[in-house]
Design a binder for this molecule. Structure first.
Ligand code: ZN
Ligand code: ZN
Length: 62
């Protein structure tokens, strides 16, 4: 499966990608990918990158 369908799109979770479609806004609430998840023994390597959806960035502390 390719992830390069839109070069300018930020990294979004599956939930938030779906949530951007009309009628699926509620799916944003199902996203739990709000923090970077590091590899258990990886030195700074991320297992999962934080979802960059604007529905989360608004909650970031200033
Ligand atoms: Zn979202
Ligand atoms: Zn999200």
């Amino acid at each position: 499966m390719s992830t390069s369908e839109t070069a300018e799109a930020p990294t979004l979770s599956t939930e938030c990608t779906v949530g951007k479609m009309p009628g699926y806004g509620y799916v944003h609430d199902m996203c739990r990918q709000i923090e970077d998840v590091p590899m258990p023994h990886g030195r700074g390597i991320l297992l999962l990158a934080r979802c960059r959806c604007t529905c989360h960035t608004q909650a970031a502390d200033a």
